[in-house]
Design a protein around this ligand. Structure first.
Ligand code: GTP
Ligand code: MG
Length: 196
């Protein structure tokens, strides 16, 4: 049994469509890995749904009751495995969910870690960005819910934030499908640059 046959069997159970047979073992071995992290309620799952197609699997992280969602999507001409993690407040875990997210980040060797933050509370979110960076992870910051921040009259200088943090930063309103193309572009650029 190769690494994708379990996934294929789940797919064929739920999606009896011809496309399923197009999912090959090669896709599993060549695709890049993107992990979405951030505190609860910042829009990780909305972004996950925008990035992935219909074929999403959910499984308990080994040895736990915590659910992890995995899907695939094309970004910049490359196939990515996209992983949606449970919300966490810090890299120093307290809850089982936080422990799972931390373990997953350290074990899965992601090509990119996308820290999703709430634009309305951006100051409080940046300590996690720094923790992810200090852990040596390839992190990019997505400042989501820009629509709500704008409604509150808040302005965020994303270029300056990027320069100060030394990582790519992009603003999105995922629920409105705003900024998603720019996010995909920055993800692709970052992953290509790291691989070069
Ligand atoms: N206004 C606005 N609402 C958003 C945006 N993105 C997500 N939301 C809403 O925010 C809520 C939380 O979104 P989720 O995607 O479930 O958040 P999450 O980070 O996955 O939350 P956990 O799984 O609990 O960690 C939902 O009601 C979304 O519709 C956005 O850009 N703008
Ligand atoms: Mg979620």
């Amino acid at each position: 049994m190769d690494c994708c046959s379990h996934r294929r069997s789940i797919f064929s159970r739920f999606f009896r469509r011809r496309q399923d047979s197009a999912f090959t073992h090669q896709d599993c071995t060549t695709r890049k890995k993107l992990v979405l992290v951030g505190t609860p309620n910042v829009g990780k799952s909305v972004i996950f749904n925008r990035l992935t197609g219909a074929y999403v699997t959910v499984s308990n992280y080994p040895g736990t009751t915590v659910e992890v969602f995995r899907g695939t999507g094309w970004i910049g001409g490359e196939l990515f495995e996209v992983i949606d993690t449970p919300g966490m407040y810090s890299m120093m875990p307290i809850t089982e969910e936080e422990r799972v997210t931390r373990t997953l980040l350290l074990n899965e060797r992601p090509d990119i870690v996308v820290h999703v933050a709430d634009a309305k509370n951006i100051e409080r979110m940046l300590s996690m960005t720094l923790q992810l960076k200090e852990a040596g992870l390839p992190v990019m910051l997505v400042v989501n819910m820009m629509d709500e921040a704008e409604r509150l009259g808040r302005k965020i200088d994303l270029d300056r934030l990027s320069a100060l943090l030394g990582i790519p930063v992009v603003g999105t309103s995922a629920a409105l499908n705003r900024g998603m193309d720019q996010m995909r572009k920055k993800v692709a650029e970052y992953v290509k640059k790291r691989a070069a």
